[in-house]
Design a binder for this molecule. Structure first.
Ligand SMILES: [Zn+2]
Length: 370
């Protein structure tokens, strides 16, 4: 149990406040415990039923708001069956609560009194929510051009919002500087945050009666969810609970597709791409920090990437509305990606819908005028 750097082999205790290696690389978690099927029979429904999989001390008390156990629906779309996981049905309205619950629980355990994050979106909301639940002060660094409306949820969870002049990257640097004296609950850098996202793989396996699907399709910005799912399915396989892992398919908006481009060109890390605005703003990340690992996960699962246009995303959002599902455009990109696959290829796929449309009613009203 602990952190390990895959680049230089350095190991660190999980009780350290660090979020990356001295060599600058992201850290991974070493997991040497796993839940038994018998354990699961007597546990509650939150992500903490799988607690051994997060590499945390056994006496840690979870900071939980009941996250996890999102519905997995079987639907027929245009004549083909598909499984849709409504993973936006979480306490703060996105899948990021899985990671925030685990990383803030660790922060609480090691006794930090301040957490920092740099996201004006779902991750910022999730970390603020769990910090509030734990009674930990939270500071969220955002670019100064972020509209106030986007910050309402974060602000109301009582987080301190700091607007940083310049680009998105400058807010990130400000958070890293602040992390020297506080806990960086980063949805990108924190290995425990990413590990919390693995809970979704365990749920899918349980919800399908102890099997894994052929493929899972997930939106990719920084790629944390994709990595978490890969790790989760791999742990299930290593424990002998399943013989194979699903193909993991990452979807990006063509307007900002550094990982899709890199995959197409056979590159090891993100491609230098031009980017323009996309309605799937949650996955608009031009220089994803963990791209190397994300691309490795896609390839190791025999998966691939799909790029989708703005029009295709818009049509997918509309299709979800007609099904009674109110997801944000970023989430709908996975349905847009699924539509682009051959009917034979897309059998037994799970689509992960990651963020609630209720957070973006104003934007949705503009996209779909009366
Ligand atoms: Zn290192």
């Amino acid at each position: 149990m602990g952190y390990i750097c895959k680049t230089c082999g350095n190991k660190f205790s999980i009780l350290e406040k660090r979020f990356r290696c001295d060599c600058g690389s992201p850290l991974d978690l070493e997991i040497d415990t796993f839940f038994s099927k018998k354990d699961l029979q007597k546990r509650g429904e939150s992500i903490w039923r799988y607690r051994e999989a997060y590499g945390l001390p056994a006496d840690l008390l979870p900071v939980s708001l009941g996250e996890g156990r999102s519905p997995l629906l079987k639907r027929s779309i245009k004549g083909d069956d598909v499984l849709v996981k409504l993973d936006f049905l979480q306490p703060s309205g996105s899948f990021k609560d899985r990671g925030a619950s685990v990383s803030i629980s660790l922060a609480n355990y090691i006794g930090v009194d301040r957490a920092v994050e740099d996201s004006s979106g779902n991750a910022g909301a999730a970390v603020s929510a769990y910090s509030a639940a734990a009674g930990i002060a939270c500071t969220v660094f955002v670019p100064d051009y972020t509209p106030d409306g986007k910050l309402t949820q974060i602000r109301l969870y009582n987080a301190n919002v700091v607007k940083v002049p310049g680009k998105r990257q400058d807010a990130h640097h400000a958070a890293m500087a602040a992390a020297r004296t506080s806990f960086y609950a980063s949805h990108i850098w924190s290995p425990v945050f990413v590990q919390g996202l693995a809970s979704s793989a365990f749920e899918i396996w349980e919800q399908l009666g102890g099997r894994v699907p052929n493929m899972v399709i997930v939106p990719v910005g920084s790629g944390g969810y994709l990595e978490g799912l890969y790790q989760g399915f791999t742990l299930l396989k290593n424990a002998g609970y399943t013989r194979s892992i699903p193909q993991i398919i990452g979807v990006q908006a063509l307007n900002c597709a550094p990982i899709h481009e890199a995959f197409q060109r056979g590159m090891d890390s993100f491609a230098d791409v031009e980017s323009s605005q996309t309605i799937a703003e949650g996955i608009s990340v031009q220089q994803p920090a963990r791209s190397k690992s994300v691309l490795e996960c896609i390839r190791a699962s025999k998966g691939f990437t799909i790029g989708v246009s703005e029009q295709e995303i818009l049509e997918a959002v509309r299709t979800l509305f007609t099904m009674g599902i109110f997801a944000e455009p970023t989430s709908a990109s996975v349905l847009a990606g699924w539509f682009k696959l051959e009917p034979k290829q897309r059998k037994d796929a799970v689509l992960l819908l990651t963020g609630s449309g209720l957070k973006q009613t104003k934007k949705l009203a503009e996209l779909f005028p009366e």
